[in-house]
Design a protein around this ligand. Structure first.
Ligand SMILES: [Mn+2]
Length: 255
C-alpha cells in the first residue's frame, strides 16, 4: 500500500471488460490527479470488449511501477477456466462466445500467459479491505440480510437483482462499512449514503456498452470518468463481425 504521510489514496475502477483503451485513458487521468493512488479494479477484466490484450499489458506494466490489484469477478472465473481448458487441449469451438473471442485476441497478441497470471491473481481475492474495514471492494455485492462475513463468495462475485427485484444495496444498512463494487452497469455511478456517509458505491458505468469507465476515489469521495472507447469508434474498428472472422484473422496474425 502506498501512502503519503498518513493519507492513503485509493482509486477503485469499475468493470473494464476488455476496454483497454478506456483503461489507459483512465489510468492517465488518475496519474495526473492522484499519482500515488493504490488502484483496485472491481474485476471482469478481459471478456466482451475490443482490446483485452491492452488491459493485460497495462496491468502488467503498471505492476512494475506501483500497486494495481483486482478482486474476482464472475467473468474472470469464466475466462480463467477457458484459458485452463485450452491449455488442457480443449478446442476453441468448445468455448462460449465471449471467452472464445477473448482467447483468440489474447493469443494473436501473445498475451495468454500474462492473462493467465493476472486472472489467477484476481480470482484469489474475493474482497480487498481497507484499514479497520473502513471500506471493502468486491465485484458484485452481498446478501444484505447476511452481511459481508456471512455472504457466500459466489454472492460476492455474482449477486444481481432480477428485473423487478430491489437491488441489494437498497436494503444494505451500512453495518459493514463502505462497500465499493461493480457488476451491475448503471447509467451513472451510484453513491448511496446513510447520515451523509457513503455506504454503497457502484462504479460500473457500462463502458463495454458505450458508457464511461469510472473510478471512485475513496480518499476524496468523488468519481473520475473517461468516455468509452466504444463511443469513440475504436470498437467498430477492432471487433470483427463474426466469430469465424475472429478465428481466421487472429490465427493468421499469431502464426
Ligand atoms: Mn460481473
Amino acid at each position: 500500500m502506498v501512502s503519503v504521510g498518513d493519507k492513503v489514496e485509493v482509486a477503485v475502477v469499475g468493470d473494464v471488460h476488455g476496454c483497454g483503451t478506456s483503461l489507459a485513458r483512465l489510468l492517465d487521468r488518475l496519474d495526473r490527479t492522484s499519482p500515488r493512488a493504490r488502484v483496485i479494479l472491481v474485476g471482469d477484466l478481459l471478456t466482451k470488449g475490443p482490446t483485452p490484450e491492452r488491459v493485460v499489458r497495462l496491468v502488467r506494466e503498471r505492476r512494475r511501477g506501483g500497486p494495481i490489484e483486482s478482486v474476482c469477478g464472475n467473468h474472470d472465473r469464466r475466462m480463467l477456466a477457458a484459458l485452463l481448458a485450452m491449455e488442457q487441449g480443449a478446442s476453441l469451438e468448445e468455448l462460449p462466445g465471449h471467452e472464445r473471442r477473448c482467447w483468440v485476441r489474447l493469443a494473436a497478441h501473445g498475451e495468454l500467459a500474462s492473462a493467465r497470471e493476472i486472472l489467477c491473481d484476481a480470482v484469489r481475492r474475493v474482497t480487498i479491505e481497507g484499514p479497520a474495514r473502513a471500506w471493502t471492494v468486491l465485484h458484485a455485492g452481498i446478501d444484505p440480510r447476511l452481511g459481508l462475513d456471512r455472504s457466500s463468495d459466489e454472492v460476492k462475485w455474482s449477486i444481481k437483482a432480477r428485473p423487478g427485484e430491489t437491488a441489494w444495496w437498497e436494503q444494505y444498512g451500512g453495518q459493514d462499512g463502505l462497500l465499493v463494487f461493480g457488476h451491475k452497469p448503471l447509467d451513472a455511478p451510484l453513491r448511496r449514503t446513510i447520515d451523509r456517509a457513503p455506504v454503497a458505491v457502484n462504479v460500473d458505468t457500462g463502458c463495454v456498452e458505450g458508457g464511461p469507465l469510472t473510478a471512485y476515489l475513496v480518499h476524496a469521495d468523488r468519481f473520475l470518468s473517461v468516455e468509452s472507447e466504444v463511443l469513440s469508434g475504436s470498437r467498430v474498428a477492432s471487433v470483427p463481425r463474426s466469430a469465424s472472422g475472429v478465428r481466421s484473422r487472429s490465427f493468421a496474425g499469431s502464426s
